[in-house]
Design a protein around this ligand. Structure first.
Ligand SMILES: Cc1cc2nc3c(=O)[nH]c(=O)nc-3n(C[C@H](O)[C@H](O)[C@H](O)COP(=O)(O)O)c2cc1C
Length: 358
């Protein structure tokens, strides 16, 4: 156990969660997130997907760095890729506080942040600056892929206008782009996951930007099971290169212990794991290898990572487990994933992909 996990994290967990988050971002900016060279990752963990190379499959999920303030420190701390955002066209304050709750007993978080962010202008400037310094496309192996996660404002939004505009602002600086249609905290957003609406948005993006980095759609774990094939087909027909499965859930699985369990908002972390894994399996069966899949939701061990890869994921993302454990989690997850691979008789992650699908 290092000083971070022994002393700093327990202290942080006594702070108001939003204060703790701000301190974590400051600490990363000061270089306290640790340094790990992507070249040091075991080649068995490397992934090729969407025309990109990832030194390991573990990404930072969207929402941690909404304003692209700490992308570079995160890329250096051992993540295989980093997703900044969700960013909206105009800056907005998000929902009134309190809006972020630690469910410590459940290893979970409930948030109803509501896309608090500084808007696309500042976001794009930061990504552009980062891109000038280093890009995996220009200097292979020197950096890890960076994604931009895009959303719409709470008021005055027009998705068919706003998403193409946002794509245009980041397409030269992001290695991949995510259309977030799954946050439960922006009224009406998840309605855009309806198949024909989704196809319409993707068509609008393709018309405005025939040349662009790979595009992914981030979906909800709460989609009705009957609707899953339609959503996946619409995304593929609309030219998406990948799906992120999944965002937080508005459901409340039985057995939650924390007094905050009744707060409204999206639930993440351990209680989301089974739901997210089940949705991934459903999506993977429909997608059948036609698009890349990024698994998100309750991942906290190497066994979890291997389970998602065996269910068809190319890559995974973490958020809540990183909040509870800090940057040291990356070293543990990589070591555990390698051990889990060997224990199951696989040489590389690529060998394990999809092997649990029948
Ligand atoms: C506080 C908080 C804020 C989040 N904000 C966003 C966001 O802005 N955009 C997004 O696509 N997902 C957001 N998410 C969802 C995460 O990216 C992730 O998909 C989800 O938390 C499940 O992963 P986890 O169980 O590892 O946390 C947020 C999650 C949390 C906990």
């Amino acid at each position: 156990m290092n000083i971070m996990s022994r002393m700093i994290l327990p202290l942080m967990q006594r702070l108001d969660p939003e204060d703790a988050h701000r301190i974590a971002l400051d600490a990363l900016q000061l270089g306290l997130g640790g340094v790990s060279c992507p070249g040091n990752d075991d080649p068995a963990l490397s992934v090729r997907a969407m025309g990109l190379r990832f030194p390991n499959p573990i990404g930072m999920a969207a929402g941690f760095d909404k304003n692209a303030l700490v992308v570079r420190p995160l890329t250096r701390s051992g993540f295989g890729f980093v997703e900044a955002g969700t960013v909206t066209p105009r800056p907005q304050p998000g929902n009134p506080q309190p809006r972020l709750f630690r469910l410590t007993e459940d290893r979970a978080i409930i948030n109803r942040m509501g896309f608090n962010n500084q808007g696309i202008d500042r976001f794009a400037v930061r990504l552009a600056r980062l891109h000038r310094v280093s890009s995996p496309r220009r200097t292979p192996g020197a950096q890890v892929p960076v994604g931009a996660n895009l959303g719409i404002n709470k008021t005055g939004a027009d998705p068919e206008r706003d998403y193409p505009m946002l794509v245009g602002r980041v397409k030269h600086y992001a290695d991949y782009i995510v259309i977030n249609l799954s946050s439960p905290n922006t009224p009406g957003l998840r309605d855009l996951l309806e198949a024909s609406r989704l196809k319409g948005i993707l068509d609008a993006i393709n018309t405005a930007h025939p040349e662009r980095p790979p595009l992914l759609v981030k979906i909800s774990p709460d989609i009705a099971h009957d609707d899953v094939p339609g959503v996946v087909e619409a995304a593929i027909e609309g030219g998406a290169q990948g799906l992120i499965v999944s965002n937080t859930t508005i459901s409340r699985p039985a057995g939650l212990l924390s007094p905050h369990a009744g707060e409204s908002g999206g639930l993440s972390g351990r209680p989301l794991r089974a739901l997210a894994q089940d949705m991934l399996t459903r999506v993977a069966k429909v997608a059948n290898g036609r698009v890349a899949l990024v698994a998100s939701g309750g991942i906290e061990t190497g066994a979890d990572i291997l389970d998602r890869v065996r269910a068809g994921a190319d890559l995974v993302q973490i958020y809540t487990s990183y909040i509870y454990e800090g940057p040291g989690i990356l070293r543990r997850l990589k070591a555990e994933t390698l051990r889990a691979l060997r224990a199951e008789g696989f040489e590389t992650l690529a060998d394990a992909k999809g092997t649990a699908l029948t």
